[in-house]
Design a protein around this ligand. Structure first.
Ligand code: PBG
Length: 345
């Protein structure tokens, strides 16, 4: 019998979409998208020192670690099957300068950490490094500032040197996050000339000037440097989508192997359009503010943390992403590995 006994028999729906939703086995059978450990990239923060681990206040559950402890944590990520770790440095304020010279020091915190990770873990896990000057500049800007403007072409030379230093340290994936024009081509040439033609480039191709980066800037200590400044003369206007297509097209033409959209959840339309248009490896960055929102609500008992975490990650796959940079990577990998997919999936 149908649900409504007053319905005459001829008016029952002939198509009942609920039939396939009835059992766990039938839901699994028709499931279109799946989240797997292979989809995860873990962004991790590194800080000077030994045996040092300190929480990032605005990102509960996320820590800055000294490189010795990060090497161990990367071992855990590797054992869980996470394919890539992304390294972000919280630089000693004493090492910051207006032009961010420490960025090109072949022995800086990032390079030391990459060397240490590669020495212990080899090819067992990929290492990705950001290319941008903001962790190193006293302005908190991603490039060189001249007369109050972040200058494009002079910044490119510094970014190229930063990328080559990271490749020399053993970095597998160079990820320019600076949004200067022409940087992918310039960095590709610099890497090739230095003999690193096999090093990959994942371009932060469509990166928006977003309020959701706030907790990250706490984590790397660039918030107070940036002060009331913003990045709107180089990061994209959140109102635009056609412009994202132009950004991606340029980066692909200049030699990007993979592209990224950032932030993540508020920009799923962009992920969808990029994947659909370019059909190349496309990643989404579930950024610090997205993590903080979900975590804060879960910590207060306002949301089911596991369910919303997995649901938010699956949403990226549905939109077309091939993978996700997420601060939940370790937690998500543990759940996925245990076969406990949570109620969100
Ligand atoms: C640096 C960089 C930022 C993020 C990744 N690389 C911050 C910014 O552009 O200000 C943000 C990541 C996050 O919020 O999780 N260029």
């Amino acid at each position: 019998m149908g649900d409504n006994p007053t319905n005459p028999p001829g008016q029952y729906p002939s198509t009942r979409l609920r039939r396939l939703r009835r059992f766990d086995w039938s839901r699994r059978l028709v499931r279109e998208h799946r989240l797997s450990i292979d989809d995860l990239i873990w962004p991790a923060f590194v800080v000077d020192g030994d045996n040092r681990r300190e929480p990032v206040e605005s990102m509960p559950g996320v820590d800055r670690r000294s490189s010795d402890l990060l090497v161990d944590a990367v071992g855990e990520a590797k054992d869980l099957g996470i394919p890539v770790v992304a390294i972000f440095p919280a630089i000693d304020p004493a090492k910051k300068t207006p032009d961010g010279d420490e960025a090109v020091n072949a022995d800086n915190l990032v390079c030391q950490t990459v060397r240490a990770i590669k020495q212990v873990h080899g090819e067992g896990i990929g290492v990705l490094c950001d290319v941008a000057l903001d962790p190193y500049t006293t302005t908190g800007q991603d490039g060189l500032v001249r007369d109050g403007y972040v200058v494009n072409d002079d910044t490119l030379g510094v970014l190229c040197r930063q990328a080559v230093a990271q490749a020399q340290a053993g970095c597998d994936v160079i990820a320019p996050s600076d949004m200067m024009d022409g940087r992918i081509g310039a960095i590709r040439r610099a890497l090739d000339e230095a003999g690193f033609e096999r090093v990959l480039i994942m371009s932060y191709a469509a990166k928006y000037a977003s309020g959701f980066y706030g907790p990250f800037r706490d984590a790397v200590g660039s918030k107070s440097d940036l002060g009331s400044g913003d990045k709107r003369t180089y990061q994209m206007d959140p109102a635009n989508t056609d412009e994202a297509m132009r950004e991606v097209a340029l980066d692909v033409a200049e030699g990007a192997d993979m592209v990224m959209v950032k932030p993540g959840m508020p920009y799923l339309d962009i992920v969808r359009r990029v994947k659909h248009t370019f059909a190349l490896p496309t990643y989404a960055y579930q950024v610090s503010g997205e993590y903080a929102m979900l975590r804060a609500a879960a910590d207060r008992g306002w949301l089911d943390g596991e369910a919303t975490m997995l649901e938010s990650l699956l949403a990226f796959k549905r939109a077309g992403a091939d993978g996700i940079l997420t601060y939940f990577a370790i937690e998500a990998a543990k759940l996925l590995g245990s076969g406990n997919m949570g109620r969100g999936t």
